[in-house]
Design a protein around this ligand. Sequence first.
Ligand code: HEC
Length: 126
Amino acid sequence: MKKQIVGVLLGGMGLLLFLSLNQGSTADEVIPEEIGMILKSSCYDCHTSGARSEDAKKAVQYDLWDDYSVTKKIAILGKIGEVIEEDKMPPQKYQENKPDRKLTEDQKMQLLDWSKKESGRLMQGN
Ligand code: HEC
């Protein structure tokens, strides 16, 4: 399992992705509501299956989260942590054009915290 994860991480993992609100079969699989709200306001414009940016969709489509394999989810969660820490998402230009969509420090903490906990949970096979 570990090897697989590393392989996916290194392998430039084709598709990344994210979430879908209130659609999971079990409560555990669903992205928590407060996280979903952040993603909706700051990330959905580009990262959903209906968005126009092919690059963004290749990276993550939040509305398809439930369909991703565990390995893929873990890989994406790691990427999310990275882009948040490095302030790469939403893209600078978007932040300039839509200052109200910028992540607040509090929202960043929430996303980071969730991405770490969720990937830890998935790695333990729960
Ligand atoms: C204005 C459109 C736009 C918005 C809004 C946006 N993204 Fe992205 N995102 C992109 C594009 C385009 C890419 C692919 C190119 C790149 O990596 O820069 C991307 C790539 C990514 C990646 C993959 C990065 C990698 O290194 O593989 C992640 C993870 C990500 N976005 C997360 C987010 C999160 C989380 C948010 C909200 C906080 C968000 N994005 C908001 C356009 C957007």
